[in-house]
Write a new protein. Structure first.
Length: 530
């Protein structure tokens, strides 16, 4: 994954002169919401919104540090959580949630205690898919500290992982997991189930100031989305005109796509011989979902054929002949249009070109469509987490989240291969040679049905060897230089194994209960001590 550019979202508005699936779900209760104050030991309430923020929970490791800046989402928060190299290269939050569609939002920050005042570089994955990359220089742009994505979670838990790039300690100040209607932002068919929609930009044109949905009376099912004003995005000397209305807007809150009425009560407009353009920095050769919002709020535009315009995306026609009143039937009624575009360059320019009368736009949203990555087979994941505890794995190795996903960040000592028939990753080898393991081998290894090589040598493992009898794929097993004892399972001899099972300090292994032996005599001065 190219981490350059992912963190930089720069939007400029340039004005140049002359030239679904229907909603079927019935959510009768309020949305499920989780708001976590990372690093905090107490619950709190945001005074402005009334939202409850829970103390830190669900994390796999890390430490707490002071938050040195104001969190615009919840100003009362004053801590963050950071993950040092001793916590492992991959650290996660695992939060139980009902299956559904969610907006996941982060606030990233760093300070003197957690990073010595130096900007950390790291990546973030959701459900095993790399989504956010904090590249060098990300903190120089204020909006980069806030990141959000939309995705469906179907396994009962939201798994959010932070992957170190070896430059500083990943740090997170707040985490929100906010439920949306299941069909919100539906792009057709079941496409949304297989992608993550990373928010690139969301703009309320003509708005006097930016704000979250809660501050503009947004619906509780709207995920408290942040809407940025476009008033500071214009090129010098090319500013458009903002128009506003206090009139009520109809059709703005119909599930599943519910939006704040306020985004339709302001707009940016420009003369009849001009076009209005917004340019967004994007990752090239990716698909982007563009959502455009309109409502005719100008008092002079009362019927069809009075305002007509085209919409272009990087010079290609996106929508032709948009006549808001003609499409929806009357002024002051919301209209939302959506289309997916492939962008081959590093910029996406959306232009509104006048056909008749002046152009006007109320709001727009741009999402990068990221295909969901394949995950590791559930049985394998559960088994490895159990093995992690039985081996007493040092925290520096991590072993958090998914062992094979994202593919750029597999677990330390774990090799993976992809099973195209099953559509999932499996673990092909585990190499934990000389890692200071002090537990027991345990009995969950047979769940790794496709394991081919296992090396647990040169550690301090004690107890008996578990049965590997049904692990027919296992061809290499190294357990030497441990403190194992008991009977060697007879089924091991039937496996096509090569490698040293009993050697050196494994002094108390028995081929059978009546035939015990010492595989190699060592003087007491030569033996390692556990």
């Amino acid at each position: 994954m190219d981490i350059t550019g992912a963190a930089f979202v720069v939007m400029a508005a340039i004005i140049c002169s002359v030239f679904g699936i229907p909603f079927t779900a019935a959510e009768n209760e309020g949305p499920f919401e989780v708001r976590i104050a990372c690093g905090s030991t107490v619950d709190s309430v945001a005074l402005e919104t009334g939202y409850n923020w829970s103390k830190d929970r669900g994390y796999t490791g890390g430490s707490s540090a002071p938050l040195n800046v104001t969190n615009r989402i919840a100003p009362q928060l004053n801590t963050l959580r950071y993950f040092e190299i001793t916590d492992g290269p991959d650290n996660c939050y695992n939060i139980s949630v009902p299956s559904g569609h969610y907006l996941v939002r982060f606030f990233f920050s760093f300070g003197a205690e957690d990073n010595g005042g130096r900007e950390p570089i790291f990546e973030v994955s959701l459900e095993g898919t790399l989504v956010h990359s904090l590249a060098p220089g990300w903190s120089s742009i204020d909006s980069n500290a806030y990141a959000e994505s939309l995705l469906h979670i179907t396994d009962g838990a939201a798994t959010v992982c932070f992957h170190s790039a070896g430059h500083g300690n990943p740090a997170i100040a707040s985490l929100e997991i906010l439920q949306l209607y299941v069909d919100a932002y539906n792009m057709g068919s079941s496409a949304n189930l297989n992608v993550v929609m990373r928010t690139v930009k969301r703009v309320s044109a003509g708005a006097e100031e930016s704000g979250f949905g809660s501050r503009v009376r947004g619906d509780e099912w709207g995920g408290d989305r942040h809407w940025a004003t476009d008033q500071d995005l214009f090129v010098s000397g090319c500013a458009g005109e903002a128009i506003h209305t206090l009139a009520r807007i109809s059709n703005f809150g119909n599930p599943p796509n519910v939006y704040p009425e306020a985004i339709y009560q302001s707009a940016t407009t420009i003369g009849t011989t001009s076009k209005l353009s917004y340019t967004v920095s994007v990752q090239p050769n990716q698909n982007y979902s563009v959502w455009l919002h309109f409502a005719e709020i100008h008092p002079w535009i009362t019927g069809p054929n009075m305002r007509v315009f085209d919409v272009m995306a990087n010079g290609a026609l996106l929508f032709q002949g948009i006549d808001i009143v003609k499409i929806v039937g009357e002024p002051f009624k919301a209209l939302t249009l959506n289309k997916t575009v492939m962008v081959t360059s590093s910029n996406l320019t959306i232009s509104f070109v006048a056909v008749k009368g002046p152009v006007a736009v109320n709001a727009l949203e741009v999402f990068q469509i990221i295909p969901r990555g394949y995950e590791t087979q559930d049985e394998t994941v559960w088994a490895l987490h159990d093995i992690k505890h039985s081996l007493q794995l040092p925290s520096r190795l991590g072993w958090n989240g998914d062992p094979c996903a994202p593919p750029l960040h597999p677990w330390e000592g774990v090799s993976c291969a992809f099973d195209s028939k099953a559509g999932a990753w499996f673990v092909s080898a585990v190499n934990l040679n000389n890692e200071g393991l002090r537990g027991q081998i345990g009995d969950t290894w047979p769940a790794l049905r496709k394991l081919q090589a296992l090396n647990l040598s040169n550690n301090f493992l004690e107890g008996e060897i578990s049965s590997f009898g049904n692990m027919t794929s296992l061809t290499s097993l190294l357990l030497n230089d441990n403190f194992l004892s008991g009977e060697l399972p007879g089924a091991v001899g039937a496996l096509p194994i090569r490698g040293t099972i009993m050697k050196y300090v494994n002094c108390f292994l028995c081929v059978t209960l009546t035939q015990c032996f010492r595989s190699l005599e060592l003087s007491s001065s030569q033996k390692r001590q556990p």
